[in-house]
Design a protein around this ligand. Sequence first.
Ligand SMILES: *Cc1c(COP(=O)(O)O)cnc(C)c1O
Length: 381
Amino acid sequence: MKYDFNVPPCVGTEIDYIADAIRMHKISGDGEYTKKCNKWLEDKTGSTKVLLTTSCTHATEMAALLCDIKPDDEVIMPSYTFVSTADAFVLRGAKAVFVDIRPDTMNIDENLIENAITDKTKVIVPVHYAGVSCEMDKIMEIARKHGLKVVEDAAQGVMSSYKGKALGTIGDYGCYSFHETKNYSMGEGGALLIKDKADIEPAEIIREKGTNRSKFFRGQIDKYTWVEAGSSYLPSELNAAHLYAQLEKADEINNARLACWNRYYECLKPLAEEGYIELPAVPEGCVHNAHMFYIKAKDINERSEFISYMKKDNAIGVVFHYIPLHTAPAGQKYGEFRGEDKYTTKESERLVRLPMYYGLIPDNVEEICSVIAKFYKRGKR
Ligand SMILES: *Cc1c(COP(=O)(O)O)cnc(C)c1O
């Protein structure tokens, strides 16, 4: 491949920090590096409390436990998302209720949520696709009106904001991912952002196998014990050390990605204006993090041709994204699409993601865009 679709971020200091964690003889969870990551994330986002976790999937599972999800509860989410959004709630016996997306952002259509609410509904899960925020004012207003919790799947939204608020800090809980496909990485990992102070202690207990060990480590009690049902959601210090190296360089990484994103937009604008492709929208009030750059082809056939042209003929890694969850076997078993699927399937079939990673530079982007232009100007159409 000349340009891979994704290259995991690496800033160079990761190895020193990991070595440091080893030298401190503290590689299990909640050591110095985990504390540094939590603090960095709290300072950066303004979140009341951040707890590093083993993945975004696990952060979402913690949120489902904190929401006290019970069998037959309903949880509203888009069908155009990663499986973890649904898994976390389905594991607790809930039903995933899928609502259509907006074609401009690929995010849940805030105007369709209220119609999907029943007396079983407990939670709304907005997914901030591509690090571009959902319409959170409207979603929070609906949630408050109906007494529902909001869990933000902000896996892709680290360093993004909505009307000045960091994604993940607007709902009751926010879930970040630090998987190696995301903007900042610890290999596998994530974080839970907590808004309400009263949720901090229950969250710490769930994360520490149902024990009050966190309190014990802070010297607040003289022995710890099993106080609730829980699991093990704390990552190793080795992973936290890797992440901390990257958080220290977060602005540099963010700016480099944004420079590429903006260059894509400029270079592809003429093709969009001529009606060949569609470009992503960033609504007013949303500051994004260049997690992804996608374009939309005319339909699934043109997209297949495009992917083959880019990958096979030009060694440029471009990939499509989610197959809507309601069409998957587990989606049919555990979920239900409520309302009309006007855009979810149609738009997901047109979308294709272009190379985007820390290390890609605007010159590379120009080269990629010239290949895209060649595809559309082949004289075939
Ligand atoms: C990556 C991703 C997840 C899962 O993150 P993990 O850290 O791998 O568990 C969940 N939701 C969305 C929208 C994602 O993009």
